[in-house]
Write a protein of this length. Sequence first.
Length: 320
Amino acid sequence: MKGNGDGLRWLTAAGMLTWLLLWAAGPVQAYPDAMPDGAYFDRGTDGCLMCHGPDSQWPGHDILDTVHGVRGDARTPFAEGQRACESCHGPSADHVVGRREDGGRPATAIAFSAEEPAALKDAPCLACHQADTGHHWQGSAHQFEDVACTDCHQVHPRQDRVMARLTQAEVCSDCHRRTRSEFLRPSTHPVRSGSMVCTDCHAPHGSIAPGELLRGTLNESCYECHAEYRGPFLWEHAPVAEDCSSCHEPHGSSHRNLLSRRSPWMCQECHQAQFHPSTVESGLGVPPRGASRQVLGRDCLNCHTQVHGSNHPSGAGLIR
Ligand code: HEC
Ligand code: HEC
Ligand code: HEC
Ligand code: HEC
Ligand code: HEC
Ligand code: HEC
Ligand code: HEC
Ligand code: HEC
Ligand code: HEC
Ligand code: HEC
């Protein structure tokens, strides 16, 4: 018993020492995750196509018609000196010659199935695409939630749906159901028609901004296309410069102009007792004359037309 206790203490000490050494060596580089160990079949494309050609029940040749299949490009999986199919499917000699106990064929080292961990499926992709995916992939919402490269990308078909503007949103919407329903509302950014895509605003491989936005802040994302609201304005409307989403939904809304709530109620959330009556309850208004005028005659925007800010010398009230 005593011996065991000592051993345990020794192990703990050794563990701490290792930890200290690792800590001293600096942050552990987690990517690229290593490819799995195992023997490569290494018979090139033809070796695999013996069984996975066009006539096969499980064809795999279609990848040769994509950017990955360009043999003349030294960087692709099928270039001289690369591992062809096994660049992605990993060392798979066992798949060809081995037998499982039940007589079945062992899967390839990486079969890109739903059961495999995302880090395993991402390893071959990152071996070539570390730079393309950028610094923010690791720790991004998708990486953190085990969404693999191949949950978005398809590499065998000639057209990768997530790369084409018309089909990208469908791929994203498979998982983002709520976002999809937002884009079905009456007022939306024109994503359904394909003239805009999710990645006009979002960085699919991660970013430092909240909500994986492409630009540093929400407003910066909007200014990218709506530069006229960047200002500076002589008379600024504080919430505009602060956060467009205090009044607008980015995806879709049941109110016109992507407004998150209908005015005058939207305005009244922040503006209660003004010098002129701004709620139904406040009846006796001095300029300009009474509640019904302000609240019920279309709404605040009838007079306060410059809701994003004004450059008129006397535009302080955002009415000109
Ligand atoms: C001797 C025939 C044969 C050869 C050679 C062969 N496969 Fe297969 N492969 C199959 C069969 C049969 C299946 C169908 C399902 C099964 O039995 O697992 C399959 C399934 C697959 C699958 C689907 C799922 C899985 O099991 O991983 C992939 C991917 C695959 N093969 C890749 C390859 C690659 C890459 C090579 C070359 C290294 C290769 N195959 C060589 C017969 C072969
Ligand atoms: C660039 C990486 C890559 C290369 C290279 C590659 N594959 Fe695949 N393969 C995948 C991925 C990812 C999948 C999972 C399905 C998908 O995303 O399209 C897959 C799926 C498969 C499947 C299963 C198809 C099915 O219907 O389930 C077969 C078979 C296959 N590959 C064979 C091959 C063969 C044969 C080659 C070489 C000619 C090859 N692959 C080269 C990435 C690759
Ligand atoms: C052996 C290196 C290699 C591997 C492994 C590899 N790729 Fe690629 N990939 C390339 C090259 C080279 C290109 C072409 C790049 C270019 O033209 O700039 C490319 C292009 C792409 C593109 C852009 C396609 C387009 O239509 O422009 C995507 C997306 C992509 N790869 C995803 C993947 C994914 C996902 C995996 C893992 C399943 C993977 N790649 C594995 C080398 C590789
Ligand atoms: C959430 C979906 C998603 C995931 C997950 C994802 N991608 Fe992408 N990827 C995209 C989209 C969308 C584009 C097109 C970019 C654009 O339109 O700006 C893209 C573009 C690319 C490109 C083309 C070069 C470029 O940057 O435009 C490569 C290469 C690529 N992705 C590789 C990867 C790899 C490797 C992984 C995994 C580490 C990965 N992607 C994970 C959605 C995704
Ligand atoms: C006009 C720019 C824009 C477009 C286009 C866009 N988004 Fe967003 N999205 C945003 C903004 C802004 C946020 C809020 C970010 C924050 O502050 O957290 C957001 C938030 C999200 C969120 C986080 C949950 C939520 O609703 O707050 C998801 C998921 C999302 N978007 C997915 C998508 C998908 C999928 C598409 C394409 C179908 C898409 N977005 C298109 C701007 C956009
Ligand atoms: C396989 C499922 C899947 C696909 C496909 C997918 N996502 Fe996601 N996405 C997730 C998960 C899981 C999260 C993290 C949990 C969450 O915030 O919903 C996430 C998070 C996000 C976020 C950050 C949300 C936040 O609150 O910060 C945005 C933005 C986003 N995804 C956009 C996209 C876009 C754009 C695409 C298509 C190019 C896409 N996603 C494709 C599963 C997916
Ligand atoms: C990639 C360009 C782009 C970005 C980024 C962008 N928008 Fe837009 N926005 C558009 C386009 C295109 C329209 C549609 C114009 C049309 O239909 O005439 C639009 C329309 C609108 C409308 C009017 C909607 C309607 O029903 O007529 C509002 C409000 C709006 N955007 C707010 C925003 C906000 C807030 C952001 C930041 C979260 C943003 N936009 C980011 C391109 C963009
Ligand atoms: C205080 C609330 C509020 C804020 C904050 C706000 N908006 Fe608006 N926005 C409105 C209202 C109200 C309308 C409708 C105007 C109308 O009907 O005359 C509108 C309309 C729009 C339109 C469509 C009309 C047009 O001119 O094409 C765009 C685009 C727009 N806003 C972009 C933005 C952007 C970008 C931001 C952030 C920089 C922003 N808004 C911040 C209230 C706001
Ligand atoms: C998110 C809160 C918010 C919303 C929503 C909002 N405002 Fe404002 N508004 C402010 C703030 C903060 C100021 C600056 C007040 C100050 O400087 O004392 C301001 C200033 C103003 C001013 C100038 C008054 C002054 O004292 O300089 C007018 C006019 C105005 N808002 C009208 C509107 C109208 C009309 C709407 C609806 C379309 C609206 N606001 C929606 C927060 C908001
Ligand atoms: C019939 C036109 C009209 C309507 C409708 C109207 N306002 Fe005004 N409002 C004005 C005028 C005129 C001023 C004074 C502007 C100036 O000083 O330049 C003013 C001033 C303001 C101010 C600045 C008050 C201050 O203390 O300086 C705010 C805030 C304001 N309105 C909010 C609202 C809100 C919220 C609504 C909707 C509930 C609304 N207004 C509806 C005409 C109107």
